[in-house]
Design a protein around this ligand. Structure first.
Ligand code: R1P
Length: 303
């Protein structure tokens, strides 16, 4: 590869994407996206030994690992948290690859229905909605304004979510994997109904309001998936295949925030890792970067 040829519409620093720190050829067409870098690092350790993992840690909060899994080029990206980080990740990763792109997210979430318990994994196969705190409701004259806005769900790629679920069921068992509607929230505390002493959030009825807004579906709350699904449906230049799943680390239905310990979260990650990797390589793409476009992929392994 002769060097980066990134689109001039992107924000660059020294020829690299400003936030991801990547150039063309750093990222494969199949991407696993996670919040925590330790989860990305852990999954990277499961990539093929035959291809040294190509790692970039950006100064803006992203880590990027590229390698192969069962011979297929795959990239793992640790994004940190929230919709803006998902936005940077999707737009800048797309600028690094030609052809179609598949993304699957594997995160953590809160369970908002009795059926979605701590230690379960929710697959956002019913789509992902968006819930936002409305700042107009907190300013002068805002008393009569609804403090939270509920936006309609965006869809996943059904076939990919179905594969994701069946791979997770194979690892965790059917009783621990649930089809859910993801509710992506713009904040962790206020928009996920945490009662806060320090701030006026007007969120005491929020959990019930959420259930009414998205009636009849098992719900999880987290902070990224809607935006991934939303960008997939808005993409003008190629197909984006998207699916997401998340470990349930607390259950608000129980009325209190009781968390899985970090060790318990790591244990579920370990159980699910193979399912996540098997899912991303299962997605067929009509058009993708030729293997010789990846400088980190030894020629010997491309046969
Ligand atoms: C909150 O603790 C964060 O964890 C979840 C939420 O979406 C939010 O970003 O995801 P990750 O575990 O992938 O970071």
């Amino acid at each position: 590869m002769s060097g980066p040829t990134l689109s001039t519409e992107m924000c660059l620093a020294n020829g690299k994407l400003y936030h991801l720190g990547t150039v063309r050829g750093d990222i494969a067409n199949r991407i696993i996206t996670v919040g925590s870098h330790s989860r990305a690092d852990k999954f990277a350790r499961l990539l093929d030994d035959s291809v040294p993992v190509h790692t970039i840690r950006s100064s803006r909060g992203f880590c990027v690992h590229s390698g192969t899994y069962k011979g297929v080029p795959v990239t793992l990206i640790g994004t940190g948290m929230g919709v803006p980080m998902m936005d940077f990740m999707v737009r800048e990763s797309l600028a690094c690859v030609d052809g179609d792109v598949a993304y699957i997210r594997f995160g953590t979430c809160g369970g908002c229905s009795a059926n979605v318990k701590c230690g379960d994994v929710g697959v956002a196969s019913l789509g992902a909605a968006f819930l936002a705190r409305n700042p107009n409701a907190f300013g002068e004259g805002g008393e009569d304004i609804a403090p939270y806005q509920f936006f309609k769900p965006a869809p996943c790629t059904e076939s990919l979510a179905k594969t994701y679920k069946s791979n997770l069921v194979a690892q965790l068992g059917a009783d621990r994997v649930k089809d859910v509607l993801d509710v992506t929230c713009d904040t962790f505390y206020a928009s996920q109904a945490w009662p806060m002493r320090d701030f006026e959030d007007r969120n005491t009825t929020l959990l019930n309001d959420m259930k009414q807004a998205y009636e009849g579906q098992d719900l999880i709350c987290e902070m990224e998936t809607f935006h991934l699904y939303d960008l997939a449906r808005c993409c003008r230049t190629r197909k984006m295949f998207v699916a997401a799943a998340a470990i349930v680390v607390d259950n608000q239905e129980a009325g209190a925030h009781e968390w899985l310990s970090p060790e318990e979260v790591h244990a579920v990650e370990d159980e699910a890792a193979v399912a996540v990797l098997d899912t991303i390589i299962s997605q067929e793409l009509d058009a993708e970067m030729p293997r010789e476009s990846f400088p980190w992929l030894p020629a010997a392994s491309s046969s």
